[in-house]
Ligand binder design. Structure first.
Ligand code: NAP
Length: 324
């Protein structure tokens, strides 16, 4: 099979196509013939070495396709099933074939196209746990969603609206502002141009927001804390601008007994029941049209480097896919 292999960390040029033996399913595993793989920030972080990974490795935490063989001790999955997977602990999506532990396999309902599943699983499951569990948005809540035109951000905006919340989104450009409004944001702040915390105070008449969902990290952290109402929740789920520096916990009292959490999908979809329940909601909203999945670019697998350049450029609004 053909696969992208990273043998040394670095820029997009370290994503090199190689010919490898087809994977065999081990006990508890299935082999998936990949139809499309999702491109994520975590792939960039592993490629650069910011998130250490043992070399050499095949990147990719998310893909969808058709099961081509099933190992021993697997039940409920058969050859020919259309499936997806999205899991931080499973690598290898940038390939024609991948062996995946069956516990992380998500069956695809007939209404969900295979490429749609590859485009929505990681970001959709993340948006789901953030809006339903990390801070369960309640009707009437005002919440702040950073990078509201981003992959997680736009889906999270939509889900917070489905739960009856009012969403203030932040974005960097006019084109992204339109995208965030189309996703359902009630108000949008260009956080590169104004002090977003001051703008949040104005939009909430000084009350602040019940929760901030922050995948941006370093550049938004101070303003995110300042945007919260007393006892508000700051859920940091990513660091697109860099890691958040150490801080004094006394700042949480100063802001009004605030809550701070740093979240991972691992802890919110770590058992099969929870994973399938979130995926079921996600696919249901996609099938009913309540959630729109926007693929902004498809690249041949061999061109994975171009997809990474595009993602790192900060220009993307939807999902980038690799097609083997
Ligand atoms: N913890 C989890 O469970 C989990 C799961 C999935 C993803 N993540 C993480 O969440 C973050 C967002 O993921 P995503 O896939 O949804 O990406 P994304 O939102 O599509 O892209 C990140 C956005 O962050 C904004 N941004 C601000 N400063 C930036 C900078 N210096 N460089 C690049 N982007 C910057 C950009 O929006 P503007 O141009 O509008 O500012 C950009 O579009 C990533 O850090 C990812 O690793 C975490």
């Amino acid at each position: 099979m053909r696969a992208i292999v990273v043998s040394a960390t670095g820029g997009p040029d370290v994503l090199i196509m190689a010919e490898l033996p087809d994977p065999e399913p081990g006990p508890g595993e299935v082999v998936v013939d990949v139809a499309a793989s999702g491109v994520n920030f975590a792939d960039v972080a592993k490629r650069t070495g910011r998130m250490p990974e043992q070399l050499p490795f095949i990147p990719g935490h998310e893909a969808a396709g058709v099961v081509s063989s099933v190992g021993s001790r697997v039940s409920g999955v058969t050859v020919g099933d259309r499936v997806g997977w999205a899991w931080p602990g499973v690598l290898g999506g940038y390939a024609e074939r991948v062996a995946v532990p069956a516990q992380w396999i998500v069956p695809l309902p007939p209404q969900i196209e295979t490429s749609t599943a590859a485009a929505v699983l990681i970001q959709g499951l993340t948006a789901h746990y953030l809006s339903h569990a990390a801070y369960p948005v309640r009707p009437g809540d005002t919440v702040l969603v950073h990078a509201a035109a981003g992959g997680v951000g736009s889906l999270l905006t939509r889900m917070a609206k489905l739960r009856g919340g009012r969403v203030i989104g932040t974005v960097s450009t006019a084109a992204k502002e339109k995208y965030a409004r189309d996703a359902g944001a009630d108000a949008v702040i260009r956080y590169g141009e104004v002090d977003f915390a001051a703008e949040v105070a104005r939009l909430t008449r000084g009350a602040g927001v019940a929760a901030v969902f922050d995948g941006v990290g370093r550049t938004t952290f101070d303003g995110s804390l300042a945007s919260l109402a007393p006892r508000g929740v700051l859920a940091i789920y990513g660091q697109a601008s860099g890691p958040v520096p150490a801080f004094e916990t006394a700042r949480l009292i100063a802001g009004g007994s605030l809550y701070l959490t740093r979240t991972s999908l691992v802890h919110y979809a770590g058992n099969r029941e929870e994973l399938l329940a979130r995926a079921n909601d996600l696919f249901g909203w996609v099938a009913s049209g309540e959630l729109t999945v926007h693929v902004s670019g498809q690249y041949p697998l061999a061109d994975a480097g171009s997809a990474h350049r595009e993602l790192e450029s900060r220009r993307t609004t939807g999902k980038l896919l690799l097609i083997p």
